[in-house]
Design a protein around this ligand. Sequence first.
Ligand SMILES: [Zn+2]
Length: 253
Amino acid sequence: MSAKDDLTNEEKLQALFTLQKIDSKIDEIRRLQGELPEEVKDLEDEIEGMNTRMKNLNAEIDDKKKQISDLGNKGVEAQELIAKYEKQQMNVKNNREYDALTKELENQTLELELSKKKAKDAERELASIEEYMEETKGKLDALKVNLELKKEELTTITAETAKEEQTLLKKSASASKKIEERLVTAYKRVRGNYKNGLAVVTFERNSCGGCYGKIPPQRQLEVRQRKKIIVCEHCGRILVDPEIETSRKELDA
Ligand SMILES: [Zn+2]
């Protein structure tokens, strides 16, 4: 039989605690890795949205410019008509003709004023769209810079952590081998049950380090004696003495 069957309960607890620390490190690496791709994806989505907004703003600006140019043409037309009617008025043959031209002149003067006013409004709108577009462009540029940084970070971290994760996974496997299967299975089951992946915990101020449930003094004493494998009655996690020594060589590279 292998050496693991000869382990004292204290050694088993130590081994379990070591395993937990290695596995928690793996969890942490995966968590960190897990967030970064999300952040990159979010930034890419945001940039895509902003690009669409920029495109729409550009179209709006083109529309406004076209509108302003049309209004300018209208104004010029009205001015030309006014000049023409004024000239004609000097050569009228009767009052009726004179009055008709006066009416036309009034119309064109109104037309001219109206196009001037509309052009002014459109200019103001154009300026405000352009200002907003500048603002959007500034934000977009900042997002693009941020995205590049995050992408670089992701590449570096992925390369670094892949190596670290491999090393830790080997350590975890070799640490598991030292513990009897029954315990490893129980450990894995409890670990899988909790989001924080904790199956082996110490206690602090009379509370379980996993669920913060109260641990009665008698139970604490038993845990401190390290003679039995004791689980928290609230959450089922294995409790270890906070003073228990973890074999550091398992953790350190
Ligand atoms: Zn608990």
